[in-house]
Design a protein around this ligand. Structure first.
Ligand code: GTP
Ligand code: MG
Length: 478
Protein backbone atom coordinates (compact mmCIF):
# COMPACT_ATOMS: atom_id res chain seq x y z
CA UNK A 1 0.00 0.00 0.00
CA UNK A 2 2.75 2.36 1.07
CA UNK A 3 4.84 1.33 -1.91
CA UNK A 4 2.12 1.84 -4.45
CA UNK A 5 1.25 5.24 -3.02
CA UNK A 6 4.89 6.26 -3.22
CA UNK A 7 5.14 5.04 -6.76
CA UNK A 8 2.18 7.11 -7.79
CA UNK A 9 3.87 10.21 -6.49
CA UNK A 10 6.60 9.69 -9.06
CA UNK A 11 10.34 9.74 -9.18
CA UNK A 12 10.79 12.91 -7.22
CA UNK A 13 9.17 11.46 -4.17
CA UNK A 14 10.84 8.13 -4.54
CA UNK A 15 14.19 9.89 -4.49
CA UNK A 16 13.37 11.16 -1.04
CA UNK A 17 12.63 7.73 0.30
CA UNK A 18 15.25 6.94 2.86
CA UNK A 19 15.11 3.22 2.17
CA UNK A 20 17.59 3.08 -0.68
CA UNK A 21 20.12 5.29 0.95
CA UNK A 22 21.94 2.59 2.80
CA UNK A 23 23.51 1.03 -0.26
CA UNK A 24 27.19 0.31 0.11
CA UNK A 25 27.64 -2.73 -2.03
CA UNK A 26 28.30 -2.24 -5.72
CA UNK A 27 26.61 -5.25 -7.20
CA UNK A 28 23.83 -6.80 -5.21
CA UNK A 29 20.93 -8.42 -6.96
CA UNK A 30 18.85 -9.24 -3.94
CA UNK A 31 15.51 -7.48 -3.85
CA UNK A 32 15.52 -6.79 -0.15
CA UNK A 33 19.02 -5.44 0.32
CA UNK A 34 17.73 -1.93 0.32
CA UNK A 35 16.05 -2.43 3.61
CA UNK A 36 18.92 -4.00 5.48
CA UNK A 37 20.10 -0.89 7.35
CA UNK A 38 16.64 0.29 8.24
CA UNK A 39 17.45 0.67 11.92
CA UNK A 40 20.32 3.01 11.36
CA UNK A 41 18.20 6.10 11.83
CA UNK A 42 20.93 8.68 12.22
CA UNK A 43 22.81 7.75 9.07
CA UNK A 44 19.62 7.44 7.13
CA UNK A 45 18.47 10.90 8.13
CA UNK A 46 21.71 12.58 7.08
CA UNK A 47 21.78 10.93 3.65
CA UNK A 48 18.08 11.50 3.26
CA UNK A 49 18.68 15.19 3.77
CA UNK A 50 21.41 15.25 1.10
CA UNK A 51 19.30 13.35 -1.38
CA UNK A 52 16.31 15.52 -0.89
CA UNK A 53 18.42 18.39 -2.09
CA UNK A 54 19.62 16.45 -5.12
CA UNK A 55 16.22 15.02 -5.87
CA UNK A 56 14.76 18.46 -5.93
CA UNK A 57 16.99 19.46 -8.81
CA UNK A 58 15.12 17.25 -11.21
CA UNK A 59 11.35 16.94 -11.37
CA UNK A 60 9.72 15.05 -14.20
CA UNK A 61 6.13 14.84 -13.02
CA UNK A 62 4.00 17.67 -11.75
CA UNK A 63 0.36 18.34 -10.97
CA UNK A 64 -0.64 21.89 -11.71
CA UNK A 65 -3.86 23.85 -11.38
CA UNK A 66 -3.93 26.47 -14.12
CA UNK A 67 -6.34 29.35 -14.17
CA UNK A 68 -6.88 31.99 -16.82
CA UNK A 69 -7.04 35.58 -15.57
CA UNK A 70 -10.46 37.04 -14.76
CA UNK A 71 -11.86 39.65 -17.09
CA UNK A 72 -11.78 43.30 -15.97
CA UNK A 73 -15.04 44.96 -14.87
CA UNK A 74 -16.96 47.25 -17.14
CA UNK A 75 -17.37 50.87 -16.03
CA UNK A 76 -20.51 52.95 -15.37
CA UNK A 77 -19.80 56.51 -16.32
CA UNK A 78 -21.50 59.44 -18.06
CA UNK A 79 -20.07 62.20 -20.14
CA UNK A 80 -19.89 65.43 -18.14
CA UNK A 81 -19.12 68.79 -19.64
CA UNK A 82 -19.84 72.44 -18.99
CA UNK A 83 -23.34 73.33 -20.28
CA UNK A 84 -24.05 69.66 -20.90
CA UNK A 85 -25.68 68.50 -17.69
CA UNK A 86 -26.65 64.99 -18.77
CA UNK A 87 -24.18 63.56 -21.26
CA UNK A 88 -24.38 60.07 -22.78
CA UNK A 89 -22.98 56.96 -21.04
CA UNK A 90 -19.27 56.49 -21.71
CA UNK A 91 -17.99 53.69 -19.44
CA UNK A 92 -15.34 51.47 -21.06
CA UNK A 93 -15.46 47.67 -21.29
CA UNK A 94 -13.19 45.59 -19.08
CA UNK A 95 -10.14 43.93 -20.63
CA UNK A 96 -9.98 40.20 -21.21
CA UNK A 97 -8.02 38.09 -18.71
CA UNK A 98 -4.70 36.58 -19.75
CA UNK A 99 -4.50 32.96 -20.89
CA UNK A 100 -2.24 30.22 -19.55
CA UNK A 101 0.08 28.88 -22.22
CA UNK A 102 2.45 25.95 -21.84
CA UNK A 103 5.42 26.20 -24.18
CA UNK A 104 8.29 23.78 -24.77
CA UNK A 105 11.75 25.24 -24.56
CA UNK A 106 15.06 23.56 -25.22
CA UNK A 107 16.60 25.74 -22.48
CA UNK A 108 14.62 23.90 -19.80
CA UNK A 109 15.56 20.50 -18.44
CA UNK A 110 13.24 20.03 -15.47
CA UNK A 111 9.74 20.88 -14.28
CA UNK A 112 11.16 21.97 -10.94
CA UNK A 113 10.54 25.67 -11.40
CA UNK A 114 6.82 25.28 -11.97
CA UNK A 115 4.37 26.37 -9.30
CA UNK A 116 1.48 24.16 -8.25
CA UNK A 117 -0.99 26.91 -9.08
CA UNK A 118 -0.47 29.04 -12.17
CA UNK A 119 -2.78 31.98 -12.71
CA UNK A 120 -2.58 34.49 -15.53
CA UNK A 121 -3.09 38.23 -14.97
CA UNK A 122 -6.61 39.66 -14.82
CA UNK A 123 -7.77 42.21 -17.38
CA UNK A 124 -7.87 45.90 -16.43
CA UNK A 125 -11.19 47.46 -15.51
CA UNK A 126 -12.79 49.80 -18.02
CA UNK A 127 -12.61 53.53 -17.24
CA UNK A 128 -14.72 56.60 -17.87
CA UNK A 129 -14.38 58.53 -21.11
CA UNK A 130 -14.84 55.33 -23.14
CA UNK A 131 -11.47 53.89 -22.15
CA UNK A 132 -11.53 50.10 -22.39
CA UNK A 133 -9.40 48.07 -19.99
CA UNK A 134 -6.26 46.45 -21.36
CA UNK A 135 -5.97 42.68 -21.71
CA UNK A 136 -4.27 40.84 -18.85
CA UNK A 137 -0.81 39.40 -19.61
CA UNK A 138 -0.71 35.75 -20.67
CA UNK A 139 1.17 33.42 -18.39
CA UNK A 140 3.69 31.44 -20.43
CA UNK A 141 4.96 28.38 -18.63
CA UNK A 142 8.25 27.13 -20.08
CA UNK A 143 8.68 23.37 -19.90
CA UNK A 144 11.36 21.06 -21.31
CA UNK A 145 10.91 19.60 -24.78
CA UNK A 146 9.23 16.20 -24.40
CA UNK A 147 6.67 17.28 -21.82
CA UNK A 148 3.23 15.72 -22.08
CA UNK A 149 0.35 17.87 -20.84
CA UNK A 150 -2.80 16.05 -19.75
CA UNK A 151 -5.99 17.40 -18.27
CA UNK A 152 -7.33 15.68 -15.16
CA UNK A 153 -11.06 15.36 -14.44
CA UNK A 154 -12.20 17.91 -17.03
CA UNK A 155 -15.74 18.40 -15.80
CA UNK A 156 -15.09 18.77 -12.08
CA UNK A 157 -14.25 22.48 -12.01
CA UNK A 158 -17.43 23.52 -13.82
CA UNK A 159 -19.56 21.52 -11.44
CA UNK A 160 -17.88 23.12 -8.45
CA UNK A 161 -18.54 26.58 -9.88
CA UNK A 162 -22.16 25.74 -10.57
CA UNK A 163 -22.68 24.37 -7.08
CA UNK A 164 -21.11 27.45 -5.57
CA UNK A 165 -23.39 29.65 -7.66
CA UNK A 166 -26.50 27.80 -6.53
CA UNK A 167 -25.65 28.52 -2.91
CA UNK A 168 -25.71 32.31 -3.47
CA UNK A 169 -28.96 34.17 -2.84
CA UNK A 170 -30.56 36.42 -5.41
CA UNK A 171 -28.94 39.61 -4.15
CA UNK A 172 -25.45 38.10 -4.04
CA UNK A 173 -25.87 36.69 -7.54
CA UNK A 174 -26.75 40.16 -8.79
CA UNK A 175 -23.81 41.78 -7.04
CA UNK A 176 -21.51 39.17 -8.55
CA UNK A 177 -22.61 40.14 -12.01
CA UNK A 178 -23.30 43.88 -11.95
CA UNK A 179 -21.47 47.11 -11.25
CA UNK A 180 -23.87 49.94 -10.32
CA UNK A 181 -23.77 53.68 -10.61
CA UNK A 182 -23.55 55.31 -7.14
CA UNK A 183 -26.90 55.24 -5.35
CA UNK A 184 -28.36 52.80 -7.87
CA UNK A 185 -29.97 49.96 -5.94
CA UNK A 186 -31.62 47.38 -8.22
CA UNK A 187 -34.22 46.34 -5.61
CA UNK A 188 -35.20 49.88 -4.81
CA UNK A 189 -35.20 50.73 -8.50
CA UNK A 190 -37.54 47.82 -9.15
CA UNK A 191 -39.83 48.88 -6.32
CA UNK A 192 -40.01 52.53 -7.48
CA UNK A 193 -40.73 51.59 -11.06
CA UNK A 194 -43.43 49.14 -10.04
CA UNK A 195 -45.21 51.86 -8.07
CA UNK A 196 -45.07 54.36 -10.96
CA UNK A 197 -45.86 51.74 -13.61
CA UNK A 198 -42.77 52.58 -15.68
CA UNK A 199 -40.80 49.95 -17.56
CA UNK A 200 -37.85 48.31 -15.72
CA UNK A 201 -34.88 48.38 -18.12
CA UNK A 202 -32.60 46.75 -15.59
CA UNK A 203 -34.71 43.56 -15.69
CA UNK A 204 -34.46 43.65 -19.47
CA UNK A 205 -30.65 43.91 -19.26
CA UNK A 206 -30.63 41.07 -16.75
CA UNK A 207 -32.60 38.85 -19.13
CA UNK A 208 -30.17 39.70 -21.92
CA UNK A 209 -27.23 38.69 -19.75
CA UNK A 210 -29.00 35.45 -18.72
CA UNK A 211 -29.33 34.54 -22.38
CA UNK A 212 -25.68 35.30 -23.02
CA UNK A 213 -24.62 33.27 -19.98
CA UNK A 214 -26.69 30.32 -21.14
CA UNK A 215 -25.03 30.45 -24.54
CA UNK A 216 -21.52 30.68 -23.07
CA UNK A 217 -22.18 27.73 -20.76
CA UNK A 218 -23.48 25.69 -23.67
CA UNK A 219 -20.36 26.55 -25.66
CA UNK A 220 -18.10 25.61 -22.77
CA UNK A 221 -19.89 22.27 -22.33
CA UNK A 222 -19.53 21.60 -26.04
CA UNK A 223 -15.82 22.40 -25.95
CA UNK A 224 -15.29 20.09 -22.99
CA UNK A 225 -17.18 17.30 -24.76
CA UNK A 226 -14.58 17.47 -27.51
CA UNK A 227 -12.21 15.87 -25.05
CA UNK A 228 -9.73 16.62 -22.34
CA UNK A 229 -6.55 18.48 -23.17
CA UNK A 230 -3.69 16.27 -24.30
CA UNK A 231 -0.58 17.72 -25.84
CA UNK A 232 2.81 16.24 -26.50
CA UNK A 233 5.23 19.14 -26.74
CA UNK A 234 7.93 17.40 -28.72
CA UNK A 235 9.53 20.41 -30.41
CA UNK A 236 11.08 23.65 -29.30
CA UNK A 237 8.55 26.51 -29.16
CA UNK A 238 5.58 24.17 -29.58
CA UNK A 239 2.82 25.40 -27.31
CA UNK A 240 -0.68 24.71 -26.07
CA UNK A 241 -3.19 27.14 -24.58
CA UNK A 242 -4.58 25.33 -21.56
CA UNK A 243 -6.86 28.00 -20.05
CA UNK A 244 -8.35 31.02 -21.71
CA UNK A 245 -8.84 34.19 -19.71
CA UNK A 246 -12.34 35.36 -18.82
CA UNK A 247 -14.15 37.92 -20.97
CA UNK A 248 -14.15 41.54 -19.79
CA UNK A 249 -17.39 43.06 -18.49
CA UNK A 250 -19.50 45.47 -20.55
CA UNK A 251 -19.40 49.19 -19.88
CA UNK A 252 -22.76 50.95 -19.49
CA UNK A 253 -22.97 52.10 -23.17
CA UNK A 254 -23.60 48.42 -23.99
CA UNK A 255 -27.03 48.71 -22.34
CA UNK A 256 -28.01 51.92 -24.09
CA UNK A 257 -31.30 51.56 -25.98
CA UNK A 258 -33.60 53.98 -27.74
CA UNK A 259 -35.85 53.94 -24.69
CA UNK A 260 -33.27 53.91 -21.93
CA UNK A 261 -30.75 56.70 -22.51
CA UNK A 262 -28.91 56.45 -19.20
CA UNK A 263 -28.20 52.85 -18.11
CA UNK A 264 -26.73 52.97 -14.61
CA UNK A 265 -25.17 49.54 -14.63
CA UNK A 266 -22.27 47.67 -16.17
CA UNK A 267 -21.18 44.03 -15.84
CA UNK A 268 -18.23 42.54 -14.05
CA UNK A 269 -15.58 40.50 -15.88
CA UNK A 270 -16.06 36.75 -16.19
CA UNK A 271 -13.89 34.25 -14.37
CA UNK A 272 -11.03 32.67 -16.34
CA UNK A 273 -11.08 28.95 -17.17
CA UNK A 274 -9.63 26.62 -14.59
CA UNK A 275 -8.08 23.24 -15.28
CA UNK A 276 -6.22 20.63 -13.31
CA UNK A 277 -3.31 19.29 -15.35
CA UNK A 278 -0.51 16.82 -15.06
CA UNK A 279 2.80 17.51 -16.76
CA UNK A 280 5.01 14.53 -17.44
CA UNK A 281 8.45 14.87 -18.90
CA UNK A 282 9.46 12.04 -21.21
CA UNK A 283 12.87 12.87 -22.50
CA UNK A 284 13.23 12.64 -26.26
CA UNK A 285 16.57 11.11 -27.15
CA UNK A 286 17.63 8.88 -30.04
CA UNK A 287 19.31 6.37 -27.78
CA UNK A 288 18.47 5.27 -24.24
CA UNK A 289 21.07 3.58 -22.04
CA UNK A 290 19.75 1.00 -19.60
CA UNK A 291 21.80 -1.06 -17.22
CA UNK A 292 22.28 -2.19 -13.66
CA UNK A 293 23.92 0.26 -11.25
CA UNK A 294 27.68 0.48 -11.83
CA UNK A 295 27.54 -1.07 -15.31
CA UNK A 296 29.29 2.06 -16.59
CA UNK A 297 26.42 3.87 -18.33
CA UNK A 298 27.53 7.31 -17.25
CA UNK A 299 31.16 6.55 -18.11
CA UNK A 300 30.01 5.42 -21.55
CA UNK A 301 27.93 8.57 -22.04
CA UNK A 302 30.91 10.66 -20.98
CA UNK A 303 33.18 8.90 -23.48
CA UNK A 304 30.90 9.14 -26.51
CA UNK A 305 29.22 12.51 -25.97
CA UNK A 306 29.76 16.03 -24.72
CA UNK A 307 28.04 15.27 -21.38
CA UNK A 308 29.91 14.92 -18.09
CA UNK A 309 27.68 12.88 -15.81
CA UNK A 310 29.01 11.87 -12.43
CA UNK A 311 30.76 8.49 -12.47
CA UNK A 312 31.70 6.61 -9.33
CA UNK A 313 32.15 3.10 -8.04
CA UNK A 314 28.99 2.95 -5.97
CA UNK A 315 25.44 2.10 -6.95
CA UNK A 316 22.99 4.85 -7.85
CA UNK A 317 25.55 7.48 -8.67
CA UNK A 318 23.15 8.81 -11.26
CA UNK A 319 19.94 10.05 -9.68
CA UNK A 320 18.26 11.67 -12.62
CA UNK A 321 18.44 11.39 -16.40
CA UNK A 322 21.22 13.01 -18.35
CA UNK A 323 21.11 13.72 -22.05
CA UNK A 324 24.31 14.03 -24.05
CA UNK A 325 24.88 14.78 -27.71
CA UNK A 326 27.23 12.72 -29.86
CA UNK A 327 28.85 14.95 -32.48
CA UNK A 328 30.20 13.39 -35.65
CA UNK A 329 32.83 14.93 -37.91
CA UNK A 330 30.22 15.72 -40.58
CA UNK A 331 28.07 17.60 -38.04
CA UNK A 332 25.63 14.74 -37.70
CA UNK A 333 24.25 14.55 -34.16
CA UNK A 334 22.68 11.93 -31.95
CA UNK A 335 21.22 12.36 -28.50
CA UNK A 336 21.81 9.76 -25.81
CA UNK A 337 19.95 9.54 -22.50
CA UNK A 338 21.60 8.07 -19.40
CA UNK A 339 19.24 7.09 -16.60
CA UNK A 340 19.69 5.78 -13.04
CA UNK A 341 20.49 2.10 -12.64
CA UNK A 342 17.75 -0.50 -12.73
CA UNK A 343 17.76 -3.41 -10.31
CA UNK A 344 15.70 -6.53 -9.99
CA UNK A 345 12.32 -5.62 -8.54
CA UNK A 346 12.45 -1.99 -9.73
CA UNK A 347 8.83 -2.41 -10.88
CA UNK A 348 7.97 -3.00 -7.20
CA UNK A 349 9.67 0.32 -6.42
CA UNK A 350 12.88 -1.30 -5.25
CA UNK A 351 15.91 0.96 -5.68
CA UNK A 352 14.81 4.10 -7.43
CA UNK A 353 11.77 2.33 -8.83
CA UNK A 354 11.26 2.27 -12.57
CA UNK A 355 9.44 5.55 -13.14
CA UNK A 356 12.56 7.03 -14.75
CA UNK A 357 12.17 4.52 -17.61
CA UNK A 358 9.82 7.12 -19.07
CA UNK A 359 13.00 8.86 -20.20
CA UNK A 360 14.07 6.00 -22.46
CA UNK A 361 10.56 4.96 -23.43
CA UNK A 362 10.68 7.12 -26.56
CA UNK A 363 14.25 6.27 -27.55
CA UNK A 364 14.63 4.93 -31.08
CA UNK A 365 17.35 2.53 -29.99
CA UNK A 366 17.71 0.87 -26.59
CA UNK A 367 21.26 0.14 -25.49
CA UNK A 368 21.69 -2.43 -22.73
CA UNK A 369 24.93 -1.74 -20.91
CA UNK A 370 26.26 -4.83 -19.12
CA UNK A 371 29.40 -5.33 -17.09
CA UNK A 372 31.70 -7.97 -18.60
CA UNK A 373 33.70 -8.01 -15.37
CA UNK A 374 30.67 -9.33 -13.46
CA UNK A 375 29.78 -12.92 -12.72
CA UNK A 376 26.99 -13.37 -15.24
CA UNK A 377 26.31 -10.44 -17.60
CA UNK A 378 23.62 -12.53 -19.39
CA UNK A 379 21.64 -12.66 -16.14
CA UNK A 380 21.96 -8.87 -15.87
CA UNK A 381 20.52 -8.64 -19.36
CA UNK A 382 17.58 -10.86 -18.38
CA UNK A 383 16.89 -8.64 -15.33
CA UNK A 384 16.94 -5.52 -17.50
CA UNK A 385 14.64 -7.02 -20.12
CA UNK A 386 12.25 -8.24 -17.44
CA UNK A 387 12.09 -4.82 -15.80
CA UNK A 388 11.49 -3.11 -19.14
CA UNK A 389 8.66 -5.51 -19.90
CA UNK A 390 7.18 -4.90 -16.45
CA UNK A 391 7.28 -1.17 -17.11
CA UNK A 392 5.71 -1.34 -20.55
CA UNK A 393 4.92 -4.65 -22.22
CA UNK A 394 6.52 -4.82 -25.64
CA UNK A 395 9.30 -2.35 -24.84
CA UNK A 396 11.97 -5.01 -25.36
CA UNK A 397 10.75 -5.48 -28.93
CA UNK A 398 12.26 -2.06 -29.65
CA UNK A 399 15.47 -2.11 -31.71
CA UNK A 400 18.32 -2.71 -29.32
CA UNK A 401 22.02 -3.25 -28.91
CA UNK A 402 24.14 -4.71 -26.14
CA UNK A 403 27.22 -2.80 -25.07
CA UNK A 404 29.46 -5.19 -23.19
CA UNK A 405 31.40 -2.73 -21.08
CA UNK A 406 34.56 -3.17 -19.00
CA UNK A 407 36.13 -5.38 -21.66
CA UNK A 408 39.48 -4.27 -20.23
CA UNK A 409 38.95 -6.56 -17.24
CA UNK A 410 40.60 -9.34 -19.14
CA UNK A 411 40.36 -12.09 -16.54
CA UNK A 412 36.58 -12.33 -16.80
CA UNK A 413 35.75 -10.38 -19.94
CA UNK A 414 36.88 -12.77 -22.64
CA UNK A 415 34.98 -15.80 -21.36
CA UNK A 416 31.92 -13.76 -20.43
CA UNK A 417 31.76 -12.12 -23.85
CA UNK A 418 31.78 -15.48 -25.63
CA UNK A 419 28.98 -16.85 -23.42
CA UNK A 420 26.97 -13.64 -23.72
CA UNK A 421 27.19 -13.69 -27.52
CA UNK A 422 26.13 -17.31 -27.51
CA UNK A 423 23.13 -16.60 -25.25
CA UNK A 424 21.76 -13.69 -27.28
CA UNK A 425 22.36 -15.26 -30.69
CA UNK A 426 18.74 -16.41 -30.85
CA UNK A 427 17.44 -12.89 -30.09
CA UNK A 428 19.66 -11.42 -32.82
CA UNK A 429 20.77 -8.52 -30.67
CA UNK A 430 24.24 -7.32 -31.69
CA UNK A 431 26.89 -7.23 -28.95
CA UNK A 432 29.63 -4.59 -28.99
CA UNK A 433 32.47 -5.02 -26.49
CA UNK A 434 33.96 -1.72 -25.30
CA UNK A 435 35.91 -0.22 -22.46
CA UNK A 436 34.21 3.07 -21.64
CA UNK A 437 36.77 3.99 -19.02
CA UNK A 438 39.81 3.54 -21.30
CA UNK A 439 37.87 4.59 -24.42
CA UNK A 440 38.53 1.38 -26.34
CA UNK A 441 36.34 0.47 -29.32
CA UNK A 442 34.35 3.69 -28.82
CA UNK A 443 34.69 4.85 -32.43
CA UNK A 444 33.31 1.55 -33.67
CA UNK A 445 30.42 1.83 -31.22
CA UNK A 446 29.52 5.38 -32.28
CA UNK A 447 29.57 4.28 -35.92
CA UNK A 448 27.22 1.38 -35.15
CA UNK A 449 24.92 3.66 -33.17
CA UNK A 450 24.76 6.09 -36.05
CA UNK A 451 24.05 3.40 -38.60
CA UNK A 452 21.20 2.02 -36.50
CA UNK A 453 19.64 5.38 -35.74
CA UNK A 454 19.87 6.48 -39.38
CA UNK A 455 18.13 3.30 -40.44
CA UNK A 456 15.36 3.76 -37.87
CA UNK A 457 14.91 7.41 -38.84
CA UNK A 458 14.63 6.37 -42.48
CA UNK A 459 12.05 3.69 -41.61
CA UNK A 460 10.03 6.22 -39.59
CA UNK A 461 10.04 8.73 -42.43
CA UNK A 462 8.89 6.09 -44.91
CA UNK A 463 6.16 4.97 -42.53
CA UNK A 464 4.96 8.56 -42.06
CA UNK A 465 4.92 9.16 -45.80
CA UNK A 466 2.99 5.96 -46.31
CA UNK A 467 0.40 6.98 -43.70
CA UNK A 468 0.06 10.44 -45.25
CA UNK A 469 -0.43 8.88 -48.66
CA UNK A 470 -3.13 6.58 -47.28
CA UNK A 471 -4.88 9.52 -45.59
CA UNK A 472 -4.66 11.48 -48.83
CA UNK A 473 -6.23 8.61 -50.78
CA UNK A 474 -9.05 8.33 -48.21
CA UNK A 475 -9.73 12.07 -48.44
CA UNK A 476 -9.86 11.82 -52.24
CA UNK A 477 -12.39 8.95 -52.02
CA UNK A 478 -14.62 11.04 -49.74
N1 GTP B 1 37.60 -1.10 -15.54
C1 GTP B 1 36.63 -0.41 -16.01
N2 GTP B 1 35.85 0.30 -15.16
C2 GTP B 1 34.85 1.00 -15.65
C3 GTP B 1 34.55 1.02 -17.03
N3 GTP B 1 33.47 1.82 -17.23
C4 GTP B 1 33.11 2.28 -16.02
N4 GTP B 1 33.93 1.81 -15.06
C5 GTP B 1 33.85 2.09 -13.63
O1 GTP B 1 32.64 1.59 -13.11
C6 GTP B 1 32.19 2.42 -12.06
C7 GTP B 1 30.76 2.82 -12.28
O2 GTP B 1 30.67 3.63 -13.40
P1 GTP B 1 29.39 4.56 -13.69
O3 GTP B 1 29.58 5.10 -15.05
O4 GTP B 1 29.20 5.52 -12.58
O5 GTP B 1 28.25 3.47 -13.67
P2 GTP B 1 26.69 3.71 -13.89
O6 GTP B 1 26.17 2.57 -14.67
O7 GTP B 1 26.43 5.05 -14.44
O8 GTP B 1 26.15 3.60 -12.40
P3 GTP B 1 24.84 4.24 -11.77
O9 GTP B 1 24.80 5.68 -12.16
O10 GTP B 1 25.02 4.06 -10.33
O11 GTP B 1 23.69 3.47 -12.31
C8 GTP B 1 33.12 3.63 -12.03
O12 GTP B 1 34.03 3.46 -10.99
C9 GTP B 1 33.84 3.56 -13.36
O13 GTP B 1 35.14 4.09 -13.28
C10 GTP B 1 35.37 0.28 -17.92
O14 GTP B 1 35.22 0.22 -19.13
N5 GTP B 1 36.38 -0.43 -17.33
MG1 MG C 1 25.44 6.61 -13.76
Amino acid sequence: MLLSATRQRGLWTSLQRPSFLCIHSCRIHSTNYLWQDQDDQRKRRSIDYKLRGKGRQFVDFMRVVARGGNGGDGCVSFHREKFLAKGPPNGGNGGRGGSVIIRASSDETTLRRLGRACTAKRGENGLGGGRHGTKGDDLVIQVPVGTIVREVAPASTTNADEEEEEELDEREKRDKRWVYYPRMDPDQHEHELASTGRKNYFLEAERMMDEEEKYLKWRERKERQQGAIYADLAEHDQQVIVCYGGLGGYGNPHFLTTDNRSPKWATRGRAGEQRALTLELKTIADIGLVGLPNAGKSTLLGSISNAHPKQAAYAFTTLHPFVGTVDYADQYQLTVADIPGLIQGAHRNVGLGHAFLRHVERAKLLVYVVDLGGDAPWDDLKILQNELEQYRPGLTKRQSLIVANKADQVAMAKGNLAILEEKVRADKIPVVPVSAKYEKNILKLTAILRKNVERIRQQETEQRQHQQQQQHDLDDQD
